[in-house]
Design a protein around this ligand. Structure first.
Ligand code: HEC
Ligand code: HEC
Ligand code: HEC
Ligand code: HEC
Ligand code: HEC
Length: 211
């Protein structure tokens, strides 16, 4: 019994010695994979905080009770207003309603001097891609959530991340490396557009989106 065990141990040691090269290779491979999956992605993106904390949720509560359309309307010509101008905020925040530091900054730094808040747009597409909200929201009746996830119901804003190489927002270009998505809109890129178009029986030529 003891003899067998000793022989087994001996064989094992010999085996490991013979496999040393392979073991080293495996360790190296794991190290490189780890660097690629864990270490590299944060280095790949630069991160900026939004100028103010903004809570969509607060504005849909009983005190404000606003709908998406109150702040993100379509203009009479069909164009989409996008992120609301400071005039919309001034309707309620001419003076502070509450006591939070971010509301105080909103009033002092933006509403009173009439300055726009420089919001960073997560879903901003590159200049060469054309997108129109009216066709998707009004004509095709697609809900905001379908493309933007639950941003419209969020209580706080994630940092705005930009790919250091392409200069694009992570929300449109960045693959969710290691399965870690930072936004539901992370996959708002050419494949996402094309997939939904195909599902809707729409065969888009390159020039439909790239004008
Ligand atoms: C009080 C006005 C207000 C209301 C009401 C409002 N929003 Fe917003 N929305 C904003 C402001 C300000 C921003 C810019 C800050 C940010 O990114 O959240 C914004 C940004 C967004 C963005 C981010 C776009 C991007 O890619 O950066 C989405 C999506 C959005 N709103 C959807 C919605 C939806 C859906 C609703 C309704 C459920 C809604 N909003 C209601 C003011 C509002
Ligand atoms: C219909 C009125 C109304 C409008 C329009 C409105 N807000 Fe507010 N906002 C509120 C109310 C109510 C609160 C909650 C105040 C409190 O009790 O702190 C609030 C709170 C805030 C706060 C503080 C939240 C916190 O937790 O720190 C910020 C920042 C803010 N609003 C930004 C904006 C911006 C930016 C806009 C314009 C896009 C805007 N609001 C438009 C009613 C409004
Ligand atoms: C079919 C997908 C889709 C739907 C549906 C959609 N969006 Fe967007 N949204 C986008 C894309 C793509 C962009 C970036 C556009 C660009 O950069 O040219 C964007 C940009 C935005 C922005 C920032 C725009 C700016 O230029 O300031 C806001 C705010 C926004 N969407 C809100 C909404 C709201 C509110 C709804 C629902 C009424 C909605 N979106 C529905 C895809 C969508
Ligand atoms: C969830 C489904 C969906 C997604 C995602 C989507 N689309 Fe569309 N798109 C549609 C449908 C449906 C139509 C047809 C609308 C109509 O009936 O005119 C359309 C039409 C269009 C048109 C032609 C109408 C116009 O505005 O000139 C363009 C361009 C377009 N989409 C670009 C894009 C781009 C760019 C993206 C990605 C950033 C995108 N779409 C994402 C469903 C989608
Ligand atoms: C349904 C809309 C749509 C269609 C159709 C489409 N694209 Fe795109 N394309 C986009 C969007 C949105 C982006 C930006 C997001 C991204 O990089 O994925 C993009 C990005 C690209 C880029 C990268 C550009 C850059 O600046 O990094 C290339 C290259 C490209 N498209 C080529 C094509 C070609 C070639 C075709 C035709 C075979 C085509 N696209 C058809 C929507 C579309």
């Amino acid at each position: 019994m003891n003899d067998r065990l000793r022989r087994f141990k001996g064989l094992l040691a010999l085996g490991i010695r013979r496999q040393k090269g392979r073991v080293l290779f495996l360790v190296g491979l794991l190290a490189v994979l780890w660097a690629g999956w864990v270490l590299f992605p944060p280095l790949m993106y630069s991160s900026t905080e939004q100028p103010l904390k903004f809570s969509h949720l607060v504005h849909q509560g009983k005190d404000a009770a606003l709908t998406c359309n109150d702040c993100h309307p379509f203009r009479p010509d069909g164009s989409f207003a996008g992120i609301p101008s400071i005039k919309v905020c001034a309707d309620c925040h001419g003076e502070a309603i509450g006591t939070t530091p971010d509301e105080k900054r909103l009033v002092e730094e933006y509403v009173t001097p009439g300055k726009e808040v420089p919001w960073l747009v997560y879903s901003r597409q590159p200049m060469n891609a054309y997108f129109s909200h009216v066709q998707h929201v009004k004509t095709a009746k697609i809900a905001c959530e379908e493309c933007h996830g639950d941003h419209g119901g969020s209580d706080e804003l994630p940092p705005f991340q930009v790919n250091r190489i392409s200069g694009y927002s992570r929300a449109i270009g960045g693959a969710s490396t290691a399965g870690k998505a930072i936004l539901p809109t992370e996959l708002m890129r050419m494949d996402t557009c094309a997939e939904c178009h195909e599902k809707n029986g729409r065969r888009s030529s390159c020039l439909e989106c790239h004008k």
